[in-house]
Ligand binder design. Structure first.
Ligand SMILES: [Ca+2]
Length: 128
């Protein structure tokens, strides 16, 4: 049921049936899409979840939005506004380059970068 889906994290739900969307969207558009059609953008809270998402990302050889954003100097997950308990930043990230990087992508090397939210990227979404 719907309530069951809402009781588990996006990444737990993703494990069996997630795919990457083929459409390139700004972070906010990707969030809208996931909330409308699914639960939310992907949350990453363990090495296992990080590894699962990276396997999918590697198939597409693309940088990919995850559900992490900066709410005025406080990194939050889109799903339930959870605070960060697990991080996997790349070297020298987050750097808020040009003061305009408030959304997080899984980079092609597998680690996290803060990026301009208007950048159009693929994102994790439900299969089928
Ligand atoms: Ca950055």
């Amino acid at each position: 049921s719907g309530s069951f889906v809402m009781n588990i994290s996006p990444t737990q739900f993703l494990r069996n049936r997630v795919s990457l969307s083929h459409s390139y969207k700004a972070w906010n558009e990707a969030q809208d899409f996931c909330r409308k059609n699914y639960v939310d953008l992907a949350t990453v809270q363990t090495d296992e979840e990080w590894s699962e998402l990276n396997k999918l990302r590697a198939k597409y050889r693309s940088n990919t939005w995850i559900g992490l954003y900066d709410d005025v100097n406080s990194w939050r997950w889109s799903f339930r506004d959870k605070r960060l308990t697990y991080v996997n930043w790349d070297m020298n990230e987050p750097n808020n380059y040009r003061g305009n990087q408030y959304c997080v992508m899984l980079n092609s090397d597998g680690y996290w970068h803060d990026e301009d939210c208007d950048l159009k990227l693929v994102h994790f979404s439900p299969a089928g």
